[in-house]
Write a protein that binds this ligand. Structure first.
Ligand code: SAH
Length: 354
């Protein structure tokens, strides 16, 4: 709020940036967001099966690259470290892969860095932490980003009287109020924006362009494969997707700045388009449900149940939450961006999710 009072109205992206990353008051810089006591639960926190299947997927991508040793294994926003711990445990089936990986964790949150360190203790692998992807040493690289890109701030534009005007937030009488900026011109190469009705909202995630450029720069010098799993839509379209979650409850995006998680949906059509324009190969998006099924979710569930029949109902309900159409199975999309010339990634075929 101080920043708005002193500097005038902020765009939604600037507001998200401050609410999430302010050094003293930001949500990701100061809080422990995940888990029952936090604000939200992610797929690796639902069940170990998620990280294990991702681990096998990574091993297959490593083989597709020609089994380079060493290979940088990078997770962006690793949360409590659960996904990486489960993935490394599953990677034991391919000892040469486990021996080749150098684990890098890109994380802004000091509490979560400590949790990640604890989670990886039993793996026997010492990770390195970084503030950004550019700090990871060069060389062949495997990247995982589960619920990471949805943290990138978005700008929002509203159609008003035939113009696009940016949503901004200012302060009136000590309270935050939403307003509109001056008319802006937005690129509209295929004419899809021009036909949208009065009141339509579109979102632009500037960080996506920067992120894809980072990947493309690395892919120019060494093999690269990145797995992106996130909330989002397969096709670009209008809609206000900025959502605030506080203690597992939806609240207004302006209601608990710095206390609530603020996210926006990832536009996978745009992600794939940007990747291809930058010279990367892109597969997907597919829905998380079919992706996990193709990787063997049901077989893994059966093995866990056989080993410990008393956990049958827990395992079955985890399968439903991860892959069921009413849950994460269709809300989440999966895409893979790679350097050119690698075999197609497992579980992500050429068909795009609806
Ligand atoms: N991938 C994890 C956690 C997702 S929550 C899981 O699936 O459980 C988002 C994670 O990204 C948190 O660890 C958060 O601290 C981190 N994060 C958010 N924005 C970031 C940024 N700009 N740079 C690095 N880490 C970030």
């Amino acid at each position: 709020m101080e920043q708005i009072v002193s500097g005038g109205p902020l765009g939604m992206d600037q507001l998200m940036q401050a609410a999430l990353y302010h050094p003293r008051h930001g949500y990701y810089t100061t809080r422990t967001p995940l888990g029952a006591a936090g604000d939200f639960i992610t797929a690796p926190e639902v069940s170990q099966m998620f990280g294990e299947l991702v681990g096998l997927w990574l091993a297959a991508r490593w083989q597709a690259m020609g089994a380079p040793d060493p290979v940088q294994l990078v997770e962006l926003g690793p949360g409590r470290g659960t996904l990486m711990a489960d993935a490394l445990r599953a990677a034991r089936v391919l000892p040469a892969f486990k021996a080749a990986v150098r684990v890098h964790l890109v994380e802004v949150n000091p509490h979560l860095r400590a949790a990640q360190s604890r989670a990886l203790e039993s793996s026997g692998i010492a990770p390195a932490w970084h503030d950004g992807l550019d700090d990871v040493p060069p060389g062949p690289i495997l990247i995982i980003a589960n619920e990471f890109l949805d943290c990138l701030p978005v700008r929002q534009f509203v159609r008003v009287a035939g113009h696009w005007r940016e949503k901004v937030v200012g302060v009136r009488a000590g309270r935050l109020v939403a307003g509109l900026g001056t008319p802006a011109t937005l690129p509209d190469p295929d004419g899809r924006l021009a036909v949208l009705p009065e009141g339509a909202v579109i979102e632009v995630m500037p960080g996506l362009d920067i992120w894809v450029a980072q990947l493309a720069a690395r892919a120019a010098t060494a093999p690269l494969s990145a797995l992106v799993i996130d909330y989002g839509s397969s096709r670009s379209g209008p809609g206000d997707t900025v959502q605030a979650l506080w203690r597992h409850t939806k609240v207004g995006p302006l209601d608990r700045l710095g206390e609530a998680d603020l996210t926006a949906h990832v536009d996978f059509e745009r992600l794939v388009r940007l990747a291809r324009a930058a010279g990367l190969e892109a597969a997907g998006p597919v829905l998380q449900g079919p992706f996990l099924m193709a990787l063997g979710l049901e077989a893994r569930a059966s093995t866990l149940i056989r080993a410990n029949p008393s956990c049958t109902s827990d395992v079955m309900s985890a399968v439903e939450r991860l892959a069921g159409e009413a849950y994460m199975g269709s809300l989440f999309k999966v895409a893979c961006l790679s350097s050119p010339g690698l075999a197609p990634p497992p579980g992500i075929d050429g068909t795009t999710a609806p």
